[in-house]
Design a protein around this ligand. Structure first.
Ligand code: C5P
Length: 225
């Protein structure tokens, strides 16, 4: 069966201070969503992509979101109240899939090799795989007052990126009763199933803050795509 990408872009992204959902914010004249979806399809690892949009945008045609010919391999569905509801809507459009890759539109500069590593791990037999990077800052836990309560061993910590790859049946099972969970792999862990990791890539950073936008624009200006 095919590898189907799911891009949950149905949130009301306010974090970049914009009115539009974050995925619809433009970077050098093209939306983050357009760039992210094209990077998935152009990697050669993803057969088609389901873009999950806010319900009021559900009538949007693929060619309004992504340029041709990539738009021919894109479908658009309406999302739900919580992120997990939106992933579920995407899964409903991926019943033919063998594997699904859930990917953040905001990881615009994700290189093709990262999609390849995740898919290769799935083909090797992993049912859930996430890309991770070592943590460079020391991480503390704090209480409600901001007082430090602990210092987890940094060597055992990883920062998690996307695409997160899953056997479609496993993610469908994990996504049932997801509530307001925002981490797909976390749902799989909750089932007691194994989640594997592959090396992430710094270029797969999530554009979240104005500083991230500066970095993304500089990378695009210097020839990244
Ligand atoms: O960056 P963050 O982890 O907050 O990502 C949340 C993602 O989930 C965003 O891409 C957002 O568009 C998406 N989402 C969704 N449906 C919702 C809420 C969030 O697709 N109801």
């Amino acid at each position: 069966g095919p590898v189907v990408g799911i891009v949950p872009a149905a949130g009301r992204g306010v974090r970049l201070g914009q009115e539009l959902p974050k995925a619809f914010v433009e970077l050098d004249g093209r939306t983050m969503l357009d760039r992210a979806v094209e990077s998935m399809l152009d990697s050669g690892e993803v057969d088609r992509v389901v873009v999950v949009v806010p319900p009021e945008l559900a009538a949007t045609q693929p060619e309004q979101l992504v340029r041709a010919p990539f738009s021919e391999r894109v479908s658009v569905v309406a999302g739900g109240a919580e992120r997990a509801d939106s992933v579920r809507a995407g899964l409903a459009c991926a019943s033919d899939a063998r594997f699904v890759l859930v990917h953040d539109a905001a990881r615009v500069l994700t290189p093709p090799g990262l999609f390849a590593r995740v898919v290769a791990e799935l083909r090797r037999g992993s049912d859930a795989v996430i890309p991770v990077l070592p943590v460079t800052d020391t991480i503390k836990s704090v209480d409600a007052q901001g007082a430090v309560t602990g210092t987890p061993d940094r060597a055992s910590l990883r920062a998690v990126q996307t695409p997160q790859g899953f056997d479609v049946a496993l993610l469908s099972r994990a996504n049932t009763d997801a509530g307001d969970a925002t981490d797909d792999a976390g749902l799989v862990e909750r089932l007691g199933e194994r989640v594997d990791t592959v090396a992430g890539d710094p270029l797969a950073f999530k554009i979240t803050t104005p500083l991230d936008l500066v970095l993304a624009r500089a990378l695009l200006a210097s020839g990244a795509r």
